[in-house]
Design a protein around this ligand. Structure first.
Ligand SMILES: NC(=O)c1ccc[n+]([C@@H]2O[C@H](COP(=O)([O-])OP(=O)(O)OC[C@H]3O[C@@H](n4cnc5c(N)ncnc54)[C@H](OP(=O)(O)O)[C@@H]3O)[C@@H](O)[C@H]2O)c1
Length: 176
């Protein structure tokens, strides 16, 4: 119960790694908010994770992101930890085969989405020396032969850079 005083928001916590992260936080005593676009899957996940609450939201919609933060604060009174986990994976194609719409769709979810959540969360994290955990990928650190998911790799590399930027920018607020 090391985290019994903590309130954690996990984006994309309805399944996969996000679900596992949310469950682990909960098992260690934290109160957890999870998000996804699918109400049924989210409700099921929230019912399986103690002390959790699901908020339906598309990470690409600023108003919905704001609403997640608002609902988290209304329900649990504060926010200590943001886990930027939600993502989409593009169709495997070489760079010259994708159009700008496909490129932008991936960056909107995987990069601008993390910006949206982090921007809205920071005023709350500043109040209590909070933490931001960004889930990137080895694809953001190195290139793999035949991987052919450039927008994904770019979004994850950018998230590694942003993690360093935010660490420096918000160290004075004791956000880690
Ligand atoms: N899986 C891997 O092999 C792997 C490897 C390296 C890194 N990672 C990283 O680990 C993280 C989790 O991966 P995963 O494989 O566990 O993911 P996953 O099982 O595909 O789950 C993705 C989550 O993100 C949510 N999501 C997707 N689009 C969304 C949107 N527009 N708005 C809100 N939520 C959205 C999904 O819910 P809905 O679809 O219902 O909205 C779901 O909850 C990602 O950041 C990924 O880059 C994964």
């Amino acid at each position: 119960m090391r985290l019994s005083e903590k309130v954690v928001l996990v984006t994309g916590g309805s399944r996969g790694i996000g679900y596992a992260i949310a469950k682990l936080f909960s098992e260690n005593g934290a109160k957890v908010v999870i998000t996804s676009r699918d109400p049924q899957r989210l409700e099921k996940a929230a019912s399986e994770i103690s002390n959790s609450s699901g908020v339906v939201a598309d990470i690409r919609k600023r108003d919905q992101v704001r609403d997640v933060i608002k609902q988290a604060i209304e329900k649990f009174g504060k926010l200590d930890i943001l886990v930027n986990n939600a993502w989409i994976f593009p169709r495997i194609k070489r760079l010259h085969e994708i159009d700008e719409g496909e490129w932008n769709k991936v960056l909107d979810a995987n990069l601008t989405g993390q910006f949206r959540f982090t921007k809205e969360a920071i005023p709350h994290l500043q109040k209590r020396s909070g933490s931001i955990i960004n889930i990137s990928s080895d694809a953001g650190l190195k290139a793999y032969q035949g991987f052919n998911a450039d927008a994904y790799s770019a979004s994850k590399a950018a998230l590694v850079a942003l993690t360093k930027c935010w660490a420096l920018e918000y160290a004075k607020d004791k956000i880690m």
